[in-house]
Design a protein. Structure first.
Length: 327
């Protein structure tokens, strides 16, 4: 499956580190990498992370992009050192399957909220629904929902909304790469949406309902992919007890969308472990690093082990090296 930059990379799951292949269960505590979790309904993303951390006895764990409690599907979780690369994974596109209930609005824009309005007119036919859906393809300016974690004047929007405090909500540019109708039978509409990071699917459903003049809210949301991490390779919480190390994705493989350089000299690798990069090596290799200057380059050993991330064109005096590999 390839969807505008979202690819099913089976090689992401190949060849765990030799230390992990031979590791007893207790060594999960020191495992650095990424797990793709199939989040169940009725639990927060933080709750999922807490359960993984406890069950695998990890030192650290963190998710790379939250899902609402009622939503299910791909939740990317970094373990130990991999929590430090979460920002680089958050920026990737998402793929969702969303079930929309037309003809009814709720205050949270989803099924967990209080009904605030119901459509009293005739049902919408398929053609107007298709036209409304098509109108949201491409770059759109989307208002942040009232019940969102975005901060306004130092307070979370959802906290203000729960207290009945109305404030001006920010808007943001997002991109809907693809939006297709998978099923439609009034009042239920099922969509498949491939979108940029930061897209609020609840707000998208509300805006479609508003355009149709009948209102709408989300009754089901399943994330099928986050970047290259797809649902077909996800692990359920029930599988954690018998989880094999080959389900852990190395940091280097998780960051395969970044360019890389091999550091061949052992002395330079040792320097990297201590947080320094040889100036001569840096000057020589900076010239061959082109592309998005905001993105780092993976620095790998000849054995393809990630040692550090390097920002070759970072501002003078800025921190341009992030050591990730263990000695």
């Amino acid at each position: 499956m390839t969807l505008h930059g979202i690819s099913n990379h089976n090689d992401l799951y190949a060849s765990p580190s030799s230390a992990m292949q031979a590791a007893p269960e207790s060594l999960w505590r020191e495992a650095d990498g990424v797990l793709v979790i199939d989040k169940p309904e009725g639990i927060t993303s933080f709750g999922v992370v807490a359960r993984i951390k406890k069950r695998l006895q990890l030192r650290k764990a963190g998710h790379c992009g939250t899902l609402d409690p009622f939503a299910t599907g791909v939740l990317v979780v970094g373990t130990n050192q991999a929590t430090r690369i979460s920002g680089l994974l958050l920026a990737q596109d998402k793929l969702y399957r969303v079930t929309v209930r037309l003809g009814m609005e709720t205050d949270t824009l989803d099924k967990t909220g209080v009904v605030t309005g119901e459509h009293s007119g005739p049902p919408c036919s398929e053609e107007p629904v298709r036209q409304a859906v098509d109108a949201f393809r491409g770059e759109i300016l989307q208002e942040v929902p009232r019940f969102a974690a975005v901060k306004v004047d130092g307070r979370r929007l959802y906290q203000l909304s729960r207290r009945g405090i109305e404030v001006a909500r920010p808007s943001r540019l997002v991109r809907i790469h693809r939006i297709e109708i998978a099923e439609f039978q009034w009042p239920e509409l099922v969509l498949e949406v491939h979108c940029s990071k930061g897209t609020y699917i609840r707000q998208l459903a509300f805006d479609i309902g508003k355009r149709l003049g009948c209102g709408a809210h989300v009754t089901g949301l399943r994330r099928l992919a986050s970047g290259p991490f797809t649902i077909n390779r996800a692990v359920t919480l029930d599988e954690l007890d018998d989880l094999k190390p080959d389900r852990l994705i190395s940091m280097s493989e998780a960051l395969a969308h970044l360019s890389c350089l091999i550091v061949k000299e052992e002395a330079l690798v040792k320097k990297l472990h201590h947080g320094t990069l040889d100036p001569d090596w840096e000057q020589e290799h900076r010239k061959c690093c082109t592309g998005n200057e905001a993105l780092p380059v993976r620095l790998l050993t000849p054995a393809n082990r990630l040692v550090a991330l390097w920002w070759p064109h970072g501002a003078k005096g800025a921190h341009r090296l992030r050591v990730l590999g263990r000695k």
